[in-house]
Design a protein around this ligand. Sequence first.
Ligand code: 5RP
Length: 286
Amino acid sequence: MPFSYPRSSTMDWGMQNRLSRIFAEGDSRCLMLAVDHGYFLGPTYRLEIPKETIQPLLPYTDSLMLTRGVLRTSVDPKTNVPIVLRVSGGSSILGEDLSNETITTSIEEALRINATCLAMSIFVGSKYEHQTLRNLSKLVDKGERYGIPILAVTAVGREMTRDYKYLGLACRIAAELGAHIVKTYYCDEFEKVVDGCPVPVIIAGGKKVSNEKDVLKLTYESISKGAAGVDMGRNIWQSDYPVAMIQAVRSVVHQGLDVNQAYEKFLSLKHENIEDVIPTSIKSTK
Ligand code: 5RP
């Protein structure tokens, strides 16, 4: 069973309400669509015009993870999709060290935006580890004050190994500092990462892989080993068939489909949607 927060009188109504908007009522799982990559990568492939990438996928996601800039410019304020607002940044791929992050967006701004959750990165084991862990602690204090949950993203430096020891360490530290949800990467013995982390763990998709079936396998194995869902980006919207892909991932997260069933679903949706999956402006950038 995935982690589900106990109904608790110590958790404020607002906090419980926001968490229940992130994790679905029936299965306590989530499909979060990540489109925050531009905050350090710039105009990422197939996210160059965020509105065109996001809009067709909105009906199929439980929540949307992005920065305030892309939210204000590229998402209709009438949307009911809960917003997971990335509030850390301050470094780019051209800079000295990606781990040199600060909190970039105030809690007042998050409230104005009506954010359901705040997301920030921690860089355990990196040069700016201490700074990013302090960022998390301070953000949790603010989130608790206003009833907004915090998603800690365990960013992994190039020199670090994505194994259960490292990821388990990073996830546990995030939870100990008060994060309400932790995002990490799938790894061998992933169940040890989940077991050592007392809050829900969700997984990133990582770099685009060539075969959609591998993404469905990653999703299936993560869920089977205790992940509460996915916070996935490139392997959905860099697919040639992003609308089919998000529905296939969704079927694993929420409908209990196995890898082969979900891949079949992907193939049949791909054929249904063959003409309208990638907006022309995005297609032409390939
Ligand atoms: C970047 C992020 C991304 O949102 C995260 O990595 C998920 O996206 P993807 O599935 O493309 O890896 O937090 O720091």
